[in-house]
Ligand binder design. Structure first.
Ligand code: WTA
Length: 633
């Protein structure tokens, strides 16, 4: 594959990195020219971090769906774009060529138009991991509608909040979905959410499981019926590079998730560049990213990145442990997967299931392994490298965030230095720094600090939807003139970065981000709860677990029952994925005299570091700490 900006050696990497720092505009202009632009840009970059405003490729026009589809029709029309692997291995896998995907997207784009969707409108997608989700997402992009994909594990309440925040006019969903042995009635969840949303006037329902749910007349239509009324021609809307492409909600330190906004030109440019280089993609790769499209990894490296590069990629509906913990490995052998990208939590859970499940497969097609979403511990790294990669495949530990749009710090597979449990060096064009408490840059190697970025890159967050001040406050106010990541990191003696974890009130559970305040708000909705405090603690499989300290109207007689009740509340407020792992009932919380909860103490208790609770004498009620320690779970 001819690609101008493909880095093939450490020396080329060093050269690209230098060039990107010396003349960022020239560097990114060259990278962006690998995409198909309907009209060239006037200016590569305009930026300020204070106040925050960044514009990449101003005046340029492109459409990412054209770059994913139309561009490949001549040479790759009959090539497989998506290999769909269903939840149940007894069901047939499905291959969709680039040409078929192109037609499906164009037709569904016309369905959207027929249902009143126009450029700039927000569309919420709440769907299973099936090709229709890829089609719907690309169809939005094709007509310039802004997609907001809500992970199908979120509850009706979470969905309603996201729909209302973005004032979506249309929801796309399916009758239901299968996840392992379970089936979930998605349409019913949408109906419940829409009781609290006034902006939605149309629900488009994909018939996946033949459940025939109740349809609300005048509001709900069937996907397949709508297709009868449209043709398969739909020109791609010319999008300004800075027009919004999508909104994706993510949690931060505050109670309310925020809508991270990405725009068309910079996002496409950076995702394409980082995808090809990090995984060292080749024309015949069979690539598999196990993330759900409901998260940023699914957006950038399951959908857009692989399709822009014209390779074949696997889309998996199910879960790693169904029907047994050998499923990942069996799918790799079945489809001849060459590049495999998954999360440490999945690796750890499959590790725990026993080595026999892996040894039953030969995995000889694999060439590159990737990890994303949370720090990968050395044990899991070695297991992955040894038993999955058979010591042949480089492991890329990719650090990035919903807000960064694409991979920021990572080795390039087999090309640049890689070290267990270290993300490695920044990609060319990315300028990370470590800051101390005062916000000064820490120079040199063998250092630890707050991870920040000092120069813009094309796929960085543009705003938080509907509230630009919040974007500035969250990312650019803690340290003036830096983008602050919320992570702590260490730079080793050779300049390789190791991500230590969040330094804010964000917990990363199985690679899913939650704000402690967000979970507390949910718990507090339970009628028996007076107050709660949530902290993260190390968890063998999930990376971090959720530990909740809860004050109730009275200490419960039946703690098990009340716990179940609180799980229910959290499931309905946020979703099953945010269920606390431990709930300890307490009569009080350690607070300062000004009423602030001393989370540091709670964290120590949850981490079982009882010897280092620190000075508790300044607390309003120092005795409460003894009670909490005594009742520790
Ligand atoms: C964490 C996921 C260590 C980090 C792409 C970050 C990681 C947060 C890694 C973003 C990694 C992600 N090593 N930690 N390779 N990748 N993280 O927005 O704390 O869901 O801030 O994006 O996950 O999570 P998000």
């Amino acid at each position: 594959m001819l690609y101008k900006n493909r880095i093939r050696s450490q020396a080329e990497y060093e050269a690209a990195r230098l060039a990107s720092i010396e003349n960022p505009e020239a560097f990114w202009a060259e990278v962006a020219s690998n995409l198909h632009w309907q009209k060239p840009w006037d200016k590569v970059l305009d930026w300020s971090f204070d106040p925050y405003e960044v514009k990449w490729f101003s005046g340029g026009k492109l459409n990412i769906s054209e770059n994913c589809l139309d561009r490949h029709l001549a040479d790759r029309g009959d090539k497989t774009a998506i290999i769909f692997e269903p939840n149940d291995p007894k069901d047939l896998a499905r291959r969709i060529t680039y040409r078929e995907l192109y037609f499906e997207v164009c037709k569904f784009a016309n369905v959207l138009k027929r249902n009143g969707v126009r450029k700039g409108d927000r569309v919420c997608l709440y769907m299973p991991m099936i090709p229709a989700l890829a089609v719907a997402t690309l169809a939005c992009a094709r007509i310039g509608a802004i997609h907001s994909v809500v992970f199908a594990g979120f509850s009706a309440n979470s969905m309603a909040d996201r729909i209302n925040d973005a004032a979506c006019s249309v929801v796309i969903t399916a009758d239901g979905m299968s996840r392992g042995p379970k089936q979930i009635p998605l349409k019913r969840v949408v109906d419940e959410a829409l009781d609290n949303c006034s902006t939605v006037n149309r629900v488009i329902v994909y018939n996946h499981l033949n459940w025939m749910p109740e349809m609300v007349s005048g509001r709900d239509v069937w996907w397949h019926e709508e297709l009868q009324h449209v043709d398969s021609e739909c020109p791609a809307e010319p999008m300004d590079a800075e027009d919004m492409l999508f909104i994706l909600y993510t949690s931060g330190s505050t109670g309310k998730p925020k809508g991270v906004v990405h725009t068309c030109g910079g996002y496409a440019t950076y995702v394409d560049y980082s995808f090809r280089n990090v995984f060292q993609i080749e024309e015949n790769d069979i690539y598999w990213c196990t993330a759900d499209i409901g998260w940023i990894t699914g957006h950038s490296y399951l959908l857009y990145g692989p399709l822009m590069s014209g390779i074949s990629s696997v889309m998996f509906e199910g879960i790693p442990t169904y029907p047994d913990p050998g499923r990942f490995w069996s799918v790799i052998d079945k489809h001849g997967v060459t590049v495999f990208y998954t999360a440490p939590t999945a690796i750890r859970s499959l590790m725990a299931a026993g080595i026999d499940h892996v040894l039953a497969f030969n995995l000889h097609s694999l060439r590159v392994l990737g990890s994303v979403g949370e720090p990968i511990n050395e044990e899991a790294w070695h297991w992955y490298y040894l038993h999955v990669g058979k010591e042949r495949c480089p492991v890329v530990d990719t650090w990035w965030q919903t807000e960064t749009g694409g991979i920021m710090i990572s080795a390039m597979a087999g090309v640049t230095a890689s070290k267990p449990a270290h993300a490695g060096q920044p990609l060319p064009g990315i300028q990370p720094v470590l800051l101390n408490q005062e916000g000064q840059e820490i120079e040199g190697n063998d250092q630890e600090g707050y991870l920040a970025v000092k120069f813009p890159w094309p796929s960085m967050i543009r705003t938080t939807y509907g509230d630009h001040e919040r974007c500035y406050q969250t990312y650019f106010s803690a340290y003036k003139n830096y983008y602050f990541t919320g992570d702590g990191a260490r730079r080793d003696e050779n300049g390789l970065y190791r991500i230590i974890g969040r330094v804010d009130d964000v917990i990363n559970v199985s690679g899913h981000r939650f704000g402690t305040a967000e979970i507390e708000n949910a718990i507090n909705q339970n009628k028996h709860v007076i107050e709660s405090a949530v902290v993260g603690y190390p968890h063998d499989i999930k990376g971090q677990g959720i530990y909740a300290f809860v004050i109730c109207d009275k200490m419960p007689d039946n703690a098990t029952q009340l716990r179940e009740d609180i799980y229910e509340t959290v499931s309905s407020e946020i979703g099953r994925i945010a269920k606390p792992d431990k709930i300890q009932f307490v009569t009080g919380l350690p607070k300062t005299r000004s009423g602030k909860i001393m989370r540091r103490i709670l964290r120590k208790v949850a981490e079982n570091e009882l010897g280092s609770l620190g000075d508790t004498s300044t607390l309003l009620d120092p005795l409460i700490v003894d009670e909490i320690v005594a009742g520790k779970l």
